[in-house]
Design a protein around this ligand. Structure first.
Ligand SMILES: [Zn+2]
Length: 295
């Protein structure tokens, strides 16, 4: 385990414990979320070493990385995913000055494949060997394992990171590399959970979007703005991801009640997801997409 001594955003060494929680998915080991007393950034510390985090990704329940279609919830999940992919595509079409896309942390490649079929020139980065092989087969070309695999310069009109930034160990180094791959007038889209959301306040240490320890950072909008300002980039818009509130509330209800499946948990998860969305003003949703450009 490695202690994080400096704030990942502002580098301050001053922090307080925000909450103690645990890994609910695999082994129930305890983890701590700290909060920087200078800039309010929250981060997981201590962390497993980078070569030891793998065990936390190996879970059948981690369905966002699989393609199975078993059970009502998974069916709903796949329906929602299709709607989400279409809305992500509408967003890249709106913000992009051209049609060249890089998806960093491409997962199962469903989004990349969709965009490819719409006639965009697409490329991806995926760390997981099985997922990457699957994407390469679907797209019919090799893709990179990490953002450091090649030295692309100002290649892309749009770069997307859908729920990826909260997982990366080399946060600032990766942002610098990614900025280098983006055209000067390009757009970076970063989706991350929002720890200043209403569902976080409701569930706190059971809030499933803390996802300890695989989420290393727990951003609120100001933290994202502060972080990218250091790279001469600015957040020009924030888009809500309303489906995430339901998913996160459902998972949080499961953790809170210590049950995997029950009707009560599904009803509560849906209800509190709805409440979170209804209460949220701009910038307060459970998960959000930050639209980021060079200054
Ligand atoms: Zn800080």
């Amino acid at each position: 385990m490695i202690e994080t001594t400096n704030c990942p955003v502002c580098n301050s060494t001053e922090s307080k414990v925000h909450l103690e929680s645990k890994n609910f998915r695999i082994n129930m080991k305890p983890f701590t979320v700290k909060e920087c007393t200078s800039c309010t950034m929250r981060y997981t510390s201590p962390l497993p070493a980078e070569n030891e985090i793998g065990e936390y990704y190996a879970s059948e329940n981690y369905i966002s990385h699989t393609g199975t279609k078993k059970g009502l919830i998974n069916t709903l999940f796949h329906m929602v995913r299709f709607i989400t992919i279409r809305s992500k595509f509408r967003l890249i079409s709106k913000v992009g000055n051209g049609k060249k896309l890089l998806d960093v942390g491409a997962g199962n490649g469903v989004f990349l494949n969709f965009v490819n079929k719409k006639g965009w020139d697409v490329n991806g980065v995926e760390l997981d060997d099985t997922s990457r092989a699957h994407i390469e087969e679907t797209l019919g070309k090799k893709i990179a394992t990490t953002v450091n695999d090649n030295e692309e310069k100002e290649e892309y009109d749009v770069i997307t990171m859908w729920h990826v930034l909260e997982h990366v160990y080399q946060l600032k180094k990766d942002i610098q590399t990614i900025k280098g791959k983006l055209k000067k007038d390009g757009t970076l889209l970063v989706a991350v959970p929002n720890c200043a959301s209403h569902d976080e306040k409701r569930y706190q240490d059971f809030w499933s979007a803390y996802d300890l320890p695989i989420h290393l950072y727990h951003f609120r909008p100001q933290n994202v703005k502060d972080l990218f300002a250091q790279f001469d980039m600015e957040v020009v818009d924030i888009k809500p991801m309303k489906f995430d509130a339901y998913w996160i509330s459902l998972e949080s209800e499961k953790y809170k009640n210590g049950v995997k499946n029950s009707l009560g948990v599904y009803i509560k998860g849906f209800w509190y997801g709805l409440i979170s969305n209804l209460k949220a003003k701009n910038g307060e949703y459970s998960s959000q997409i930050y639209v980021i450009r060079n200054k």
